[in-house]
Design a protein around this ligand. Structure first.
Ligand code: BEZ
Ligand code: FE
Length: 290
């Protein structure tokens, strides 16, 4: 038997060992995983030292997770493009719905309910207002949709991640009115670095990649009868739009903020005393499969 034949036999035996898996989907996934792992080791001619370094890296990745805000495995999935590939596989529909993007590790459930135009920023930054509607694929407004929002403070950190910020800072749940309208008062999002003090940061460093994400606002939008939409709005013109560390940018999710003076009609409606940056965006939700 040649060396190659001996290697193929190991792969065949390992795949066959999962043949009796009762759950068909699990069998398919595990066997494909083993096949691809073996092909990877053969392609790079993995040395024993590199195999052990891989084990050490994955162990350190698990040890960095704290079960609350720090999820280093999701971060690893994000920087290798796996998260966005899974997103693409699962949102092929088209049909005019707003595109989705990466969820990220910084969402916190149960943040304050906010009124129309309420300010969710307790820390300072450039005042900003985002307004628009939530619509169905026929262009009809969806009332009572909930927009769950989160963004970093001007220091590039999320509340929960940064102990100096009150937990509800730059987070909140806004509800659309009878015309499907929403208004979010906040500060202008800034570009920020993903966490680099763990194994994923070491990987980026060793491979000469930067850890920056372009400025964005996170949205998770829910409405009864519609598929939940997880997405961002990115600041148009941000220098990192073409090199997002987690590959999350889609052109349809860019918004241009325009400066408005304090005497704009919106300021009276929302009682905004200063000038602000304004962006408009209409979200379109896809009907849930029945
Ligand atoms: C975020 O946008 O919050 C994020 C996404 C992926 C990795 C790290 C952060
Ligand atoms: Fe983010």
């Amino acid at each position: 038997m040649t060396t190659r034949q001996a290697e193929s036999l190991i792969t065949a035996k390992a795949i066959a060992s999962f043949e009796a898996t009762p759950d068909e989907r699990l069998r398919h996934i595990v066997q494909a995983l083993v096949r691809h792992l073996h092909a990877f080791a053969q392609e790079v001619e993995l040395t024993e030292q590199e195999w052990f370094e891989g084990i050490r890296f994955l162990t350190a990745t698990g040890q960095k997770c704290d079960g609350l805000v720090r999820q280093e495995f999701i971060l690893l999935s994000d920087v290798t493009g796996l998260s966005m590939l899974v997103d693409a596989i699962n949102h092929r529909a088209g049909g005019g719905a707003t595109e989705s993007t990466v969820f990220g590790p910084f969402y916190i459930e149960g943040m304050p309910e906010r009124g129309y135009g309420e300010n969710m920023a307790y820390t300072s930054g450039q005042p900003a207002l985002i307004t628009g509607r939530v619509l169905d694929c026929q262009g009809q407004p969806i009332s009572h949709a909930v927009l769950d929002i989160w963004q970093t403070a001007a220091n590039g950190m999320y509340s929960g991640q940064d102990v100096d910020q009150p937990i509800g800072n730059l987070r909140g749940r806004y509800r659309t009115d009878a015309q499907g309208r929403y208004a979010i008062r906040t500060i202008l999002p800034v570009s920020y670095s993903i966490p680099t003090d763990g194994p994923v940061g070491q990987l980026l460093d060793a491979t000469g990649r930067h850890p920056w994400r372009p400025a964005h606002l996170h949205f998770m939008i829910k409405a009864e009868g519609y598929r939940t939409l997880v997405t961002h709005l990115f600041n148009d013109g941000d220098p990192y739009l073409d090199s997002d560390a987690v590959f999350g940018v889609k052109d349809s999710l860019r918004v241009a903020y325009k400066p408005y003076e304090a005497d704009h009609p919106l300021t009276a409606e929302l009682d905004m005393a200063t000038g602000f940056q304004h962006a408009r965006y209409d979200f379109v939700l896809e009907q849930a499969p029945s």
